[in-house]
Structures are given as structure tokens and as C-alpha cells.
Design a protein around this ligand. Sequence first.
Ligand SMILES: Nc1ncnc2c1ncn2[C@@H]1O[C@H](COP(=O)(O)OP(=O)(O)OP(=O)(O)O)[C@@H](O)[C@H]1O
Length: 596
Amino acid sequence: MTETFEPVGEHDWRLAASATGLLAEFNAAGLLSAADVHVATRVAALGEEEDERVRLAVALAVRAVRRGSVGLDLAAVPAIAPELAWPEAEAWAAAVAASPLVAAGAVRWELGLLYLDRYHRLETQVHADLEARLAQAAPGIDEARLDAALARVRGGRFSPEQEAAVAAAVRRRTTILTGGPGTGKTTTVARLLALLADQATGSTQRREGRLSIALAAPTGKAATRLQEAVAAEVAEVGETWPEVAALVGRLQGQTLHRLLGWRPDNATRFRHDRGNRLKYDVVVVDESSMVELTMMGRLLEALRPESVLVLLGDPQQLTSVGAGAVLGDLVAGYDGRPDSPVAALTRNFRSTDDILALSVALRAGDADTVVEVLRTPSDEVSWVDTSEEAEVEAALRPDSLRAARAVWAAAVAEQPALAIEELDRYRLLCAHREGPYGVRRWNQRVERWLAEEVDVDVHGPSYVGRPLLVTSNDYALDVYNGETGVVVQQGDRRRAFVAGSGRLKEFAPGRLDAVETMHAMTIHKSQGSQVERVTVLLPEADSRLLTRELFYTAVTRAQQHVRVVGSEAAVRAAVATRALRATGLQQRLRETGSAP
Ligand SMILES: Nc1ncnc2c1ncn2[C@@H]1O[C@H](COP(=O)(O)OP(=O)(O)OP(=O)(O)O)[C@@H](O)[C@H]1O
């Protein structure tokens, strides 16, 4: 796996002209970017640190954050480029520990990790807030009332495992509900809310007996799914418990950004914080694996201590784009602690057997079984074992074109709802954005194939049938990152329709500027969504993006069929490579758990 770049000549923009010594060496070797070098040089100058080994460590810590870690694992870092002349390990750690930068608090040295101060503050805050939540007295529960309510929510989509998780969650202020895809995490939320609301009606602790509940997720799409799942389950429970809808209320899903109060003047601070807490009694966050450390920190500080927090997610999925691996750290860090707030669901209700077998083998890191499942003929899993461009193209064309045609046909027929429905029938997922295996190339290819087959001019941003992916939150327009849409003919005009919570939002296509074409999509962006048929295009085995978490996330998007296109070497490389991030949260949670 390559983690370095090769500078093209001495004027390469990635080289810092002013760098000297170790910084220059590691920059020229392609491990550090010019920005890493500049930040380290500036921090070192301010803190009067002369030791070039410490400067190197600071630059590597900047790089580590850029790549998703919270701190730099000093002992592990030489393994990423063993050919370089690394400082001697013990002396290096001693120099860092004794640095005036550490003494001044510009960087922190703890748990074998070198932290930039901001990330250290965030991680220790998240840890402290979580521990404070766990240390509170449990909420008072009316057990007889709980038993009666449990009896009323039984039946329908509610397994004994889900019931046990819900019954435990009612007794806590913090619950982390984990499980693989399709294990019914989202489905479980409605019944948990019903039980909490029911307890509240009998309680004098909460205002007017009525709970205020927030449903949130990192993306708009995931928030919509949560809202819809809760509404569907509330309706189901309502058949045996007619008052339940009134108890829970009509709930809207929202993005975490919106929940916390997005501010136009500040990208990392929100209206709600420790001085202006969220008013909700219960906050549910779906797809928590996508929540980065910064956002988790902001959420925890904004919650009232006595409120109930429910985090749902699959810790095996790709971690957040930003730094941190919070959900994975929480699950591992609480493991074995008697006060653990983690409840795990294991039974899969969605995937077909072979997709399930593939995802189980992936979770276990069992490459031989992954290859065997892929090779075994099945209606649900198939494999085109190749990385030859012509073969890749031949493999991708039929399904991608069929899907694009179906969306286009609905769009031409002025049927926006049908066009949006067609979007979720098939998806081509790529690891990369650029290059031969990237989204950009395959988007263009599919457009070309479509233009060869039907009467459409795919040039320009608003051709009829163009599938859209919203790439950032736009509060003014009410469209959110991750939402999908299509450009549709409407009489003599073209309109863009975006699928929102239970309704279609209509725009003049030119008004949506943060959108991409979605004939192909990155696996990162596909997190939190489900599609009937998925094709996963794997890059070459040495791609630095190719990891087990990435492959697992792609495979588990499929409801009915997943097809993998890529070489056996790429499949094996994906299984063998973990997207490990250096963070200290897990260890902090373990240590508090074992403290006397
Ligand atoms: N106890 C159950 N019995 C039958 N079907 C169930 C049960 N629980 C959930 N389901 C169904 O299984 C499917 C997956 O459920 P859900 O979306 O809640 O899973 P999830 O764990 O949130 O999945 P993901 O993380 O992939 O979004 C849904 O179609 C849901 O209706």
C-alpha cells in the first residue's frame, strides 16, 4: 500500500522550499505535504523547539489528523515507510516528551500518542462527557408500567434480542445500539421511544409528562430514513396501542448540523453548546459510525446531562471522513465494563443469505471465505475477477446503462416519483473519485453509453434523466448532503426533484449548485443508504483507499444482489488492510473502567 507521493521535479507544489533537515527529507520522500511542514515549522518556531526530531513528529501529527487519526502513534509510524531514516525510537519519544512544545501545551504527549492540542481537548472532552453521563444515577423506572408497555409493543418487527436491548436502554441515559446492516437498529427506535414516552407520562420528573424527542443523523438521507422507520413502526405499534402515536408525537428527522444549530459564521461551532443546551429529553442519532470526533464533542457538550442519548450504528463500517473513529472506540473501549452502555443486535433481517455470508467473512477478515463466497455461483453475489480495462467496461456497461435508461425514461415521461424510485434499484460504487477506477470516469462513461442509446444530450448540468447527489447541506434550499434526485421534464421546462423526508422537493436545476452526477458514487458517500442491486468496482490492489471497512461498507449497501468487479489480488488486499486510526479514546475508556 503506498502512502507516499513521488515529487515531480524540484518545483513540485507538494515540496516546501524552506524545509531543512529531517523535514525536508521526509517531504522529499513524499510522506509529508508542504502544509504539514509549514504547520510544524510554525508551531516549533513559536514554542522555540530546535530539535528536528520533534519538528518531524509534529509534522507527522498534522499528517495523521489529515488522514483521520486523532493523534500520531509515534511507535507505529515508521512502519508506513520503513525505507526512510527514522529517528531512533526511544530517543525520539524522550525528545518529544521533553519538548518545550509539550510543556507549553501546544502539543500533548499521552498514551504513546502525540496530539495537536485541539484534538487532545476534543478527545478528553468526549471521554469526560461520556463518563459523566454514565456516572449519573439511573433514571427512576416504574417497572410495572414498563412490563405492561413491553407487552403492548410485542409482536410485529420486534425480536427477543431487540426487546432485551430496548428494555436495557429504558434504564439508562446513554445507549449505544450496534449491529451489522439489517439487524433492525433503526426499526427498534420507535418502540424504545414509546416506552420512554410512556414512562414519562407517569413521571413527575419531566415537564408536562410529554417527552421532547430529536431524531438526527450525520446526513440528510440517513435522517429521513430514521424518520420514516420510526413513523412506520409507530403506526404498527398503534394497532395494539392506539395512544402510542400521540405519546411519541410526529417526529422529523434532521441532520446533526441542524439539530445543533448550524451557524453561517463558524463551521465547527454551533448555536447549542454547554451554555445553551438542547432542550430535548431524548436524542437519537442514527449512522453514528459516520460521526467524527469534532461533531461528537459538540453533540455531547450540547446535551442536557439528564437527557437520554441513543447512538445507533455499525462499528465495522467506514469511519467518518473527519478525524476519529468514535463509534468503534466506544464499542471496544466499553467492552467488558460492567457499566457498558453498549447493546448489540446480531440477527440480520434484511440481507439474503449469500450477501450475509460475504459480509460475515469480511467482518472476520477471512479472505479465503470471502473469495469462496464470491466464486460460488449465486443469485445474490457475483464476481467479475478482472482489472483489465476492457473487461471492466464490458462488466459495468449492461447494468449501469439499464439503470440510467430506466431513470431517463421516467424523467422523460415526466414522472419524478418513478425516476427517484428507479435510482434506488441500482448503484455503481467506486472507491476512488479520480483515475481509472474513479467516479468521475465512470460517470462520463455511463453518460456516453446513455447518449449512444437514447436521444439525450448529456453535455451540460441539467439534462433530462441526470441522477443527482447533493454534496452539502443547504439550509436555505432545504436540501442536505447525501440526498438524491433527478432532473425531470415538466411540460416545456426541466425541474430537479430531490427526495426529502416523505416528499419530493422541486427546484429549477440551476439553483442546486452543490450536486454531482450519480451514475456512479463513491463508497464513502453511499454510507447509510440501501440499494437493491450494487456493483462494487475495486481499484488496483495497491490503492491506499482499499480497506476492509471500505469493501464491507460497499457490500452491505446491497439488498438483493452485489456484484464485485476487481482482481483477486484487490479482494485480498481489501480484506487484509484495516483502516486503522490512531486515537486514544478507546484506551481512556478502558482505563476509567478498570480504575479502582
Ligand atoms: N424483528 C424484526 N422482524 C422482522 N423484520 C425486521 C425486524 N427488525 C427489523 N426488521 C426489518 O429488517 C430490515 C432492516 O431493519 P433496519 O433498517 O432497522 O436495520 P438497521 O440495523 O438499522 O440497518 P442499517 O444499519 O443497514 O440501516 C427492515 O426492512 C426492517 O423492517
